[in-house]
Design a protein around this ligand. Structure first.
Ligand code: BDP
Length: 329
């Protein structure tokens, strides 16, 4: 009798695995997604694609709705909400995780990547695996990596050399590493939420900020900070993630659907990203922004030795990650 019960239980378990997704029992779920950018930004479109794929492949059992333009709050709050499970999925830059998940510091480090392709090989490989482990430990499940291009300085007065940036108040994301990086450049770092940068530039609370072309353009920061210095000091990527609270309640078939959909959305986002970088640059140039080229980045990168010392000097794990990334062809 006992053997029969065990057999029956095993058969039911096997059937549950084999049944098409929609036939499994359970309520339809409504998932809320957080996005800092506007809906038409490459990341917003990537998230919408993710949602559509998940929804159709689960026969509408998981309905995904992305709330664009930070309507669910600023980035740091959204991260907390993801950890608590009150936001279900999101796209985040990795910098605001620097103080929470140490391996994210590595991919934020200045002048580490030779180019975007180098960054992608690292994040799609071992570095990404380590970061995913650290994020999981704080309640965030990384499913795919989105591009964010190179970040450069933009200011209300022209900056041609590190001497020009000395003492300028430059907005950074909330991350100790970013504060140290900006100090190493000689600036006066000012952590602020993304949504406050425009008015802070306008009112003179800050003299500049730093970001990639699409963010500089989509936020209209270029209207108030008219000089873009192409420092390309960081290539920190972004994550498409799900709350661990939600993830734990999914079965393996569902998880696979989400993983595949996330990866497919990343392929799409990266294509859109490459196009948008060009478009955004052209738009701000047409609007009269002065682009200051930086043909030789050494005067900038040489200032970064203290940052590397602080974050990798006494941390063999992070030092090894940096070493491996440098050795990647
Ligand atoms: C953008 C990122 C976004 C960050 C923002 C920032 O896509 O996630 O919040 O920069 O600087 O490039 O805060």
């Amino acid at each position: 009798m006992k053997a029969l019960r065990t057999l029956r239980a095993a058969a039911i378990a096997a059937a549950a695995v084999l049944l098409p997704w929609g036939a499994a029992t359970g309520q339809a779920q409504e998932w809320r997604g957080w996005n800092i950018h506007a809906a038409d930004y490459p990341n917003g479109r990537g998230m919408d694609r993710f949602g559509e794929l998940v929804q159709s492949r689960t026969n509408n059992r998981i309905r995904m709705r992305t709330f664009h333009s930070a309507t669910l709050g600023q980035q740091d709050e959204a991260i907390q909400q993801m950890r608590l499970g009150t936001i279900d999925f999101a796209n985040f830059n990795l910098s605001p995780f620097n103080n929470l998940a140490p391996s994210t510091q590595v991919v934020t480090l200045p002048f580490l990547f030779r180019d975007v392709a180098h960054m992608q090989r690292a994040i799609d490989g071992l570095a990404g695996e380590e970061i995913a482990r650290d994020l999981e430990a704080i309640g965030i499940i990384a499913l795919a990596w989105y591009d964010a291009g190179a970040r450069s300085l933009y200011t209300v007065r022209p900056v041609r050399t590190p001497a020009d940036v000395r003492g300028m108040k430059i907005r950074v994301q909330t991350s100790d590493l970013w504060i140290d990086l900006m100090r190493a450049m000689g600036a006066n770092p000012t952590p602020l939420p993304f949504g406050e940068v425009f008015t802070s530039l306008q009112s003179g609370v800050i003299d500049g900020a730093e970001n990639n072309w699409p963010s500089y353009e989509s936020t209209r920061h270029f209207e108030v900070a008219r000089f873009y210095t192409d420092t390309q000091h960081s290539n920190v990527p972004e994550v498409l993630a799900v709350s661990r609270q939600r993830w734990q309640r999914l079965n393996e078939a569902e998880r696979n659907i989400l993983r595949d959909a996330a990866r497919e959305s990343a392929v799409f986002q990266r294509q859109l990203w490459a196009e948008r970088e060009q478009v955004s640059r052209r738009r701000v140039e047409a609007a009269g922004v002065t682009v200051i080229e930086v043909p030789d980045r050494r005067p900038w990168s040489e200032l970064m030795a203290p940052v590397y010392q602080k974050y990798t000097g006494n941390n063999p794990r992070l030092a090894t990650m940096v070493q491996r990334i440098r050795e990647l062809q």
